[in-house]
Design a protein around this ligand. Structure first.
Ligand SMILES: Cc1ncc(COP(=O)(O)O)c(C=O)c1O
Length: 373
């Protein structure tokens, strides 16, 4: 009997005395939409579809090799990522989520100063803090794009290796910074200005004609690092796998400080299966777009100001105190985003499935009747 048939027959579960059909089919079924307490998470920009069915099967089958170190399961993922991005395996460095990848690059390369937008994804600034590295936070422009001119001014005033962190699209605002503008800065920047390009939400933004990846800079520019993740479009946030694509010299330097075996076997087998699931990205993008439009329609109907979203979340205006708003949402079973200073009159909402967003819209209507939005 093939291993997969063995599992699907329920025979394996029967052997374990676990009620046959109930066990593995539940392992292979879709992710629950709610947490155990009945609430829905709209707080962490996760993918409500869960991991792909192919990834689930790969994880179950991968149990066979759980006793082995992950080198053999890691190599095909690096190869697949290199093929996907048209680079060589030596241009890829994987980590325990993209946050670890960001951590390694910040701590190795940002020697003199780290320049970020504000607000932006907080982890990167936090990784600089223990090293007493000056971090300059440059407020976003009025259209919520990165203020590249002001960021460049700060960089130009610094001497020595400086790192610029550009989160595009930006978290928490979900907004895009023009890739043409970023390109012209990269083209004119000296070699010791490192660009850490966080493209965690790349696939959601591809539809925007002003947006493209910074990958094209990688082969000839050791100072440009593109960081991606399996947490968002591939729905693998709990599995922990992210990676950098960069020049081989840059990957080599960071690889030298990376801990050994920092990617786990199950994340690797799930990632490989996800990369081979041709329809996965399209499915995630499509469900996300439908969820976004349900929410956008509700916000527009209620005349609530919202920021344009090129990701799997958006920010919208609220009335009154943000902490009270978050607590009230929690009472109604919705875990919404945390405060992102200085935008304390906005709430960030991650998208669940379209049908959940329709229910969330009902809560917004109710909140309107109370004056909370
Ligand atoms: C912009 C951005 N970068 C990186 C991460 C970290 O992702 P992970 O460590 O799960 O790959 C997140 C998570 O929300 C994010 O929003």
């Amino acid at each position: 009997m093939e291993r997969r048939d063995f599992f699907q027959s329920g025979f394996a579960a029967g052997l374990l005395g676990l009620g046959g059909t109930a066990v593995l089919p539940s392992v292979l079924s879709a992710s629950p939409r709610r947490l155990a307490d009945g609430s829905v998470r709209l707080s962490s920009n996760e993918n409500p579809l869960g991991i792909s069915p192919a990834a689930r099967t790969a994880i179950v089958e991968g149990l066979d090799l759980a006793n082995r170190y992950p080198g053999a399961s890691k190599a095909p993922v690096v190869d697949a990522l290199a093929a996907k991005h048209g680079v060589a395996p030596k241009n890829i460095l994987m980590g325990n989520g993209s946050t670890e990848v960001n951590q390694m690059f910040v701590q190795l390369f940002a020697r003199v100063r780290l320049v970020t937008a504000h607000p932006t994804y907080e982890d990167v600034g936090r990784y600089a803090a223990p090293f007493a590295l000056p971090v300059t936070q440059v407020p976003l422009r009025a259209d919520y794009s990165h203020d590249l001119d002001r960021m460049k001014e700060v960089v130009d005033r610094s001497s020595g290796p400086t790192m610029v962190y550009i989160c595009n699209p930006n978290n928490p605002t979900a907004t895009v910074t023009s890739s043409a503008e970023i390109d012209s800065w990269i083209a004119s920047a000296p070699d010791n200005v490192y660009f850490l390009m966080d493209e965690a939400y790349y696939e959601y933004a591809e539809e925007d004609p002003s947006y493209w990846s910074a990958l094209k800079w990688v082969p000839d520019n050791p100072n440009v690092i593109v960081v991606r993740t399996f947490s968002k479009i591939f729905g693998m946030a709990g599995m922990r796998l992210g990676y950098a694509v960069a020049h081989e010299d840059t990957i080599g330097r960071v690889g030298a400080i990376a801990s050994y075996n920092n990617t786990n076997h199950f994340a690797c087998v799930a990632a490989l299966a996800s990369l081979q699931d041709d329809a996965l990205v399209e499915r995630s993008v499509d469900v996300n777009a439908r969820a976004r439009s349900v929410l956008e329609d509700a916000l527009d109907e209620l005349d609530i100001e919202r920021l344009p979203s090129r990701t799997n979340f958006l920010m919208h205006r609220i009335q009154g105190d943000l902490r009270s708003y978050i607590d009230r949402m929690k009472e109604r079973g919705w875990l919404v985003g945390r405060p992102f200073p200085p935008m304390l009159s906005y709430n960030r909402v991650s998208f669940a499935l379209p049908e959940d967003m329709a229910r969330f819209a009902e809560t917004l209507r109710d909140f309107r009747s109370h004056g909370y939005v």
